[in-house]
Unconditional design. Sequence first.
Length: 108
Amino acid sequence: MPISSVTAFGPITSAMFQPNAGSSASAGASGATSQGNNAVQDFLDYAKMSPTERMREEILKSLGMTEQQFEKLSPAQQQAMNQKIQQIMLQQLQQNSGKTGQLVNVSA
């Protein structure tokens, strides 16, 4: 059975799998910045991410890769990785169809 690329939240497009330069989790921290401030900045960066960006980051992590490592891949490797991420996302959405909190963590 083919996996549909349309969800209750709209179509899934390849643009969703492109890294967003504005959502980088690393902040430019000086030596005087405390670890607490870094944690706050990391949280704020994460909170600014869309549910799809969060899902993509989690999938990359499950594949043992960071966004920085992804950016170092060749364009062909990035395209192949994006296709794999898209397949995993579609499978997860299909498995969880009908459940609340599919793209939002409602466990808190």
